[in-house]
Design a protein around this ligand. Structure first.
Ligand SMILES: [Zn+2]
Length: 244
């Protein structure tokens, strides 16, 4: 009897899914401008459209699934999940849309998230309401919030305006829920997280590294992101996304 019990126990342990022990690492990438460097501002905040296309081709050819935050729960079920994000809502992010349209196939659906500063919509060099509506309607881009005016939230006394009002303004344009916020400069603290939780499901920092679920409090409001820079080579890119 005892022998049978031990044998059964052995079988049940062996049949447990292997995934249980290995928590999936999810890379979240951060970009700003997708354009040739214009000579103004920091060069490292640019990635040329040609390099960006190479990077997305890499993801396509290596079996990645590009997700937006509406699909967060799929990050535990899909093959090689990754989030591609763009901060500040530059007009040149339309180049992202062009690359995505070019590279999409029946099997590969490239998707990305642009974090716009809602009071800057329509300013020179920024996306307009019409741009935003058009690219969200395509299903390839999700537009989320990067606050109303891009302050350091840890020093701001207008958190309702920066968080909730920004969310409402963007939702009016897209007709879709805004559920994620990228903290300007990646800065957040306990007070900011508490306020963010009233309106959002996800908060993104610029702390480098992939996301690994750890069960720590507020981990979805402290999501890490790794910069892809002008100087990032395709080999370095591969290491970042493969978690090496
Ligand atoms: Zn920013």
């Amino acid at each position: 009897m005892k022998k049978i019990f031990i044998a059964l126990l052995g079988i049940s342990v062996l049949s447990l899914p292997i995934r249980v022990s290995a928590a999936q690492k999810v890379p979240l990438l951060i970009y700003h401008s997708i354009a040739e460097y214009s000579g103004t501002g920091s060069k490292e905040l640019y990635v040329t459209p040609k390099n960006f296309e190479k990077q997305i081709v890499y993801l396509r050819d290596h079996g990645f699934t590009l997700l937006t935050f509406e699909q967060w729960n799929e990050s535990v079920t899909v093959k090689k999940p990754i989030f591609i994000t763009f901060d500040d809502g530059y007009k040149n992010n339309l180049n992202v849309f062009t690359v995505f349209q070019k590279l999409q196939t029946r099997e590969f659906k490239p998707k990305g998230t642009i974090f716009v500063i809602s009071d800057f919509i329509g300013r020179p060099n920024r996306l307009t309401s019409e741009d935003i509506k058009r690219i969200t309607d395509s299903g390839l881009m999700s537009i989320q919030s990067h606050t109303s005016t891009h302050p350091d939230l840890t020093k701001s006394d207008k958190l309702t305006y920066e968080l909730k009002d920004s969310q409402e303004k963007i939702e009016k344009i897209t007709g879709k829920k805004v559920i994620a916020i990228a903290y300007p400069y990646g800065n957040t603290n306990k007070r900011v997280v508490t306020e963010t939780k009233k309106s959002y499901l996800y908060g993104l920092t610029t702390t480098p590294g992939p996301y690994t679920p750890s069960g720590i409090k507020n981990e979805l409001y402290l999501l890490p992101r790794t910069y892809i820079k002008y100087s990032t080579t395709i080999d370095e890119f591969a290491k970042i996304v493969e978690g090496e």
